[in-house]
Design a protein around this ligand. Structure first.
Ligand SMILES: NC(=O)c1ccc[n+]([C@@H]2O[C@H](COP(=O)([O-])OP(=O)(O)OC[C@H]3O[C@@H](n4cnc5c(N)ncnc54)[C@H](OP(=O)(O)O)[C@@H]3O)[C@@H](O)[C@H]2O)c1
Length: 316
């Protein structure tokens, strides 16, 4: 599996959550398919999606792009959030055994494949009391050959440790990027020998350097009408404190001819042997630039230390 993956949230197109846009605006499916193909050509073989992205559309587009190439890839998707495809809206959550089994079959159908490599719980704060029941259901799906492994998309180390009791729990998906370190999450991955799949590796685009203090994201973009949980964009604009942090480390990230995005991905590759960043990609150009980070490789340990010092983070 490639050291850098492909995040497929944006290619799902528009959908709504609690009355606000939850997608990344309009996307062109032909461009999305071309971006997946370009990523594959450049050695990217790990693809992360969710049933809810575009209320099923991301899985369908990805399935179309990967058709005939399933042997080359590792596919990850998610379950637990419910949605109505007719209104393209999220409706709630369900982690009951019956729903998990139904959601798994629906994802397989939309993707057009016979198994999911990594099946991830999408409900970050699902109750601990339901962990044993979920693990038993997921182990059942492994036994049936419908999934190979499972994990939790959460930023809570305790929840990760509880899920890791399951024999086929292989990964956690969590927030990690050069502006937001997560040592406790990486430590729990070490303890339980889990892969650390990194969402938001480019701080939702802020780390690419293309957004400045005057940028205003469109209202049909999840960043445009920013929900309360979002840290890197506030009121539709990049958060000034993160732009200042980016400015402070710009020179280190762009060392060796890297673009800012490649430097941000290089930081993640260097941060731990378990990290697998999954930058969200919408276009062929983004696929090319992000895959280019594989050629540049990880930043050096001294550069990580320099970044910690500049950002006044405690040395590890
Ligand atoms: N709860 C969860 O499980 C969860 C939550 C969040 C994300 N994820 C997963 O993690 C993936 C990545 O996280 P993310 O989408 O939040 O954010 P991200 O990867 O930090 O940023 C992605 C965005 O940055 C821009 N971009 C990407 N590469 C670029 C490049 N080379 N040059 C310029 N702009 C570039 C694109 O948007 P613009 O061009 O519009 O700026 C893209 O959609 C998602 O696709 C999804 O698979 C999961």
């Amino acid at each position: 599996m490639s050291a850098i993956g492909f995040g497929a949230w944006a290619i799902g197109g528009p959908f709504m959550a609690r009355g606000k846009p939850a997608g990344w605006g309009q996307v062109d499916d032909e461009e999305s398919v071309a971006a997946v193909h370009r990523a594959l050509d450049l050695g990217v073989t790990f693809f992360d999606t969710a049933d809810v992205y575009g209320t099923g559309h991301s899985e369908r587009v990805l399935g179309r792009a990967l058709s005939g190439r399933w042997d080359e890839v590792v596919i990850a998707t998610k379950f637990g959030l419910t949605f109505d495809a007719a209104t393209r809206a999220l409706t709630g959550q369900d982690i009951s055994p019956g729903y998990i089994r139904q959601a798994c079959r629906a994802s397989l159908e939309r993707l057009g494949t016979d198994h999911i490599d990594l099946y991830q719980l999408h409900v970050a704060d699902a109750p601990m009391e339901q962990v044993d029941e979920m693990v038993a259901t997921l182990e059942g799906l492994v036994d049936e050959g419908l999934i190979r492994a499972y994990g939790w998309s959460t930023d809570d180390p305790e929840r990760v440790a509880a899920f890791a009791k399951g024999p086929h729990c292989a990964a956690v998906q969590h927030n990690l990027n050069v502006l937001h370190d997560a040592p406790a999450m990486l430590a729990v991955c070490d303890t339980h020998e889990l892969a650390s799949v990194n969402r938001g590796p480019l701080a939702m685009g802020l780390l690419t350097g293309k957004y400045g203090p005057d940028s205003r994201l469109p209202m049909d973009d999840v960043r445009g009408d920013s929900p309360a949980w979002m840290t890197f964009f506030k009121d539709g604009r990049p958060a000034p404190e993160f732009l200042a942090m980016l400015d402070a480390i710009r020179d280190v990230l762009t060392s060796g001819g890297r673009t800012l995005a490649q430097g941000a991905l290089g930081w993640l590759l260097a941060r731990s042997g378990r990290t697998v960043p999954i930058p969200g990609i919408k276009t062929v150009g983004q696929a090319e630039q992000n895959a280019g980070a594989l050629l540049h490789g990880p930043l050096e340990a001294a550069q990580l230390a320099q970044i910690d010092e500049v950002l006044q983070r405690h040395a590890r």
